[in-house]
Design a binder for this molecule. Structure first.
Ligand SMILES: *[C@@H]1O[C@H](CO)[C@@H](O)[C@H](O)[C@H]1NC(C)=O
Ligand SMILES: *[C@@H]1O[C@H](CO)[C@@H](O)[C@H](O)[C@H]1NC(C)=O
Ligand SMILES: *[C@@H]1O[C@H](CO)[C@@H](O)[C@H](O)[C@H]1NC(C)=O
Ligand SMILES: *[C@@H]1O[C@H](CO)[C@@H](O)[C@H](O)[C@H]1NC(C)=O
Ligand SMILES: *[C@@H]1O[C@H](CO)[C@@H](O)[C@H](O)[C@H]1NC(C)=O
Ligand SMILES: *[C@@H]1O[C@H](CO)[C@@H](O)[C@H](O)[C@H]1NC(C)=O
Length: 535
């Protein structure tokens, strides 16, 4: 719909706008924001060149390390290195020198890192610093094999193990993306993507591995529309509706192609892992971590200090990743998301994995750019409500928190838009959520991208109340509905920033559908990605 031609009901009286003037701290911060076209303001993206999968995510001694697939000589995929970025708070990140370079065994494909607190590897040199060990795929002339490298200086520099590779299988072509964790019995377990299934391996020292089991070759198990990649296996507690708390195991498996809205995506299984075997609950439907087009290869941090499960994904899709219309760089990560299990208390598929933005991200909220309303009001059909006011508050980086109540087959959308009529919308249509990036400006840079402009997802519950959170950045839109039961992530490339928000109740005129806004909050988000001076 064209916003300009739509009747606007001004609700200024209901809107409390808090904006004080002359707070130099925040103004300075905003002034230093990057002005590079499409550059994200609070997401991880490299200063230059290509990145894909997040790798080796690990926390140690106050620092979160995020490595990633990196091609330092071009903005398209090529010989892979591990790039490196760090954060103390999961909010602001600092790019460091390349951590791992290709070697005689091959390029450095995806993998994970662990902290070896017990010196099980024998790599430890300083009694006060535990080794951080990276486990990755070496991809070279002899195929895909697993290798390790260790750091005794808190992941600042790595030494490759002289015994590499540590795990080979000449019969497997696709044999990659090791994700390692330590079990309570002290054993290391690796989940590895092997063709269209996951294989599990065990080890005492990260150097010698033996195969434990495999999962997923059965075509009934999840989606098999493409190759399986980037597994992650972790336990999570769930409180059942009956009141009992139970530990269950989650296996995330990325798949390319075969996603619910085309191209790359991540599916998950919930079940049990007994130390050697993963047994999935016998559910028929494939469960998706994210229903949007742009969240691939999501994996979680090891050694998270609060024992949370925090995932980040490559915010992209292989259908068009090499053609994104960014200039200096290509590729970016989603915001960090805390994963939890929830019991929906229903007979089929009751246990779901939910994703919510990690609480640290509240630090991005700029108290000087806030608009909110706690009083309930009803939006009649065919009515548009501005959530931000053009005259006073515009920001291409915003967070929206809104609680809506709907009845009777309604349809509504929440859109970020600009004065030129470009917009991206998340909405609800009878029984499904949808995400529509068809009016975001540059939608034609790639034919495949042009085929992914409209995505949908089933709503998993029927409660009248809907809680929705949206994170908008200069070229990304991440939505979390029903407390993270459904998430949808999308890139977009507008000609001008989408810096305002509206709510459109588009149900038919004269229908008895009602849409109630119970409350909403919008914050402008501060940017930690500052203007870069290029030499
Ligand atoms: C500006 O706002 C920040 C965040 O609320 C606050 O910490 C700081 O003290 C304010 N500075 C001034 C000069 O008011
Ligand atoms: C770690 O184990 C190796 C091999 O057993 C040993 O040489 C080294 O001293 C140990 N490091 C520490 C700090 O204990
Ligand atoms: C689940 O809860 C039990 C009991 O509180 C605890 O011992 C265990 O570590 C928890 N598991 C996870 C994965 O958090
Ligand atoms: C779960 O569902 C059962 C059966 O419908 C119901 O009796 C029970 O109250 C529900 N429990 C919760 C916590 O909603
Ligand atoms: C784990 O499960 C597998 C498959 O059901 C079974 O063969 C194995 O004995 C189990 N291991 C343990 C320790 O229970
Ligand atoms: C709602 O769904 C109907 C039926 O699938 C479709 O024709 C219509 O375009 C959808 N509306 C929006 C705004 O997505």
């Amino acid at each position: 719909m064209n916003f300009i031609k739509t009747a606007v009901v001004a609700l200024l009286a209901l809107v409390a706008l808090h904006q004080s003037e002359g707070n130099s701290t925040f103004q300075t911060q905003q002034n230093q924001c990057t002005r590079e076209q499409h550059r994200l303001r609070y997401h991880v993206s490299p200063a230059e060149h290509w990145i894909n999968d997040p790798n080796g995510m690990v926390y140690y001694d106050g620092v979160y390390h995020l490595f990633y697939q990196y091609h330092p000589y071009d903005t398209v995929w090529g010989p892979m290195h591990w790039g490196h970025t760090i954060s103390t708070d999961l909010v602001a990140w600092t790019e460091l020198p390349i951590a791992l370079y290709p070697d005689e065994i091959g390029d450095i494909f995806s993998g994970s890192s662990v902290v070896d607190f017990t010196n099980s590897t024998g790599f430890q040199t300083n009694p006060d610093i535990a080794p951080i060990v990276a486990i990755y795929t070496s991809a070279g002339g002899e195929g895909q094999r697993q290798s390790i490298a260790y750091s005794n200086d808190k992941a600042m520099t790595f030494t490759k193990y002289e015994g590499n590779p540590v795990l080979t299988d000449p019969n497997s072509g696709d044999f990659r993306d090791p994700k390692v964790r330590k079990l309570l019995n002290g054993k290391w377990v690796m989940a590895l993507a092997v063709g269209n299934k996951i294989e599990f391996f065990g080890s005492d020292d990260l150097k010698t591995w033996n195969k434990l089991s495999e999962f997923g070759a059965d075509p009934e198990q999840g989606s098999h529309g493409g190759v399986w990649e980037c597994p992650d296996l972790f336990p999570l507690n769930v409180t059942l509706a009956a009141g009992v708390t139970l530990e269950m195991w989650v296996l995330i498996v990325s798949i390319n192609p075969g996603g619910p809205n085309r191209g790359s995506a991540a599916q998950y299984f919930v079940g049990d892992f007994n130390g050697t075997h993963f047994i999935s609950n016998p559910w028929v439907n494939t469960q998706w971590l994210d229903w949007g087009p742009d969240n691939y290869a999501a994996v979680t941090f090891s050694n998270e200090p609060q024992n949370r499960v925090i995932a980040m994904g490559w915010m992209n899709n292989w259908l068009y990743a090499n053609n994104l219309p960014t200039v200096a760089w290509r590729g970016q990560m989603t915001i960090p998301r805390t994963l939890e299990l929830r019991d929906l208390n229903q007979t089929s598929n009751p246990i779901r994995l939910t994703s919510v933005p990690t609480s640290e991200l509240e630090a991005l909220r700029n108290p000087l750019e806030y608009v909110g309303n706690n009083a309930e009001f009803t939006v009649p059909p065919q009515t548009v409500i501005q959530l931000t006011e053009q005259a006073t508050f515009k920001n291409p980086a915003m967070e929206l928190e809104i609680t809506l109540e709907i009845t009777e087959q309604p349809g509504f959308s929440l859109c970020a838009y600009n004065a030129g009529g470009e917009e991206i919308c998340f909405g609800f249509n009878e029984t499904r959520w949808y995400l529509d990036r068809s009016k975001t400006g540059n939608t034609g840079f790639n034919q495949e991208y042009a085929g992914t402009l409209y995505a949908t997802a089933p709503r998993e519950i029927t409660a009248e109340e809907m809680k929705i959170r949206v994170f908008l950045d200069v070229s990304s839109f991440e939505v979390f509905a029903d407390d993270g039961l459904t998430s949808m992530t999308s890139l977009f490339y507008a000609n001008e920033p989408l810096d305002m928000l509206y709510l459109n109740h588009w149900s038919d005129a004269g229908s008895s559908a009602t849409l109630k806004v119970k409350n909403f909050k919008v914050w402008g988000l501060v940017c930690w990605v500052q203007e870069r001076t290029k030499n």
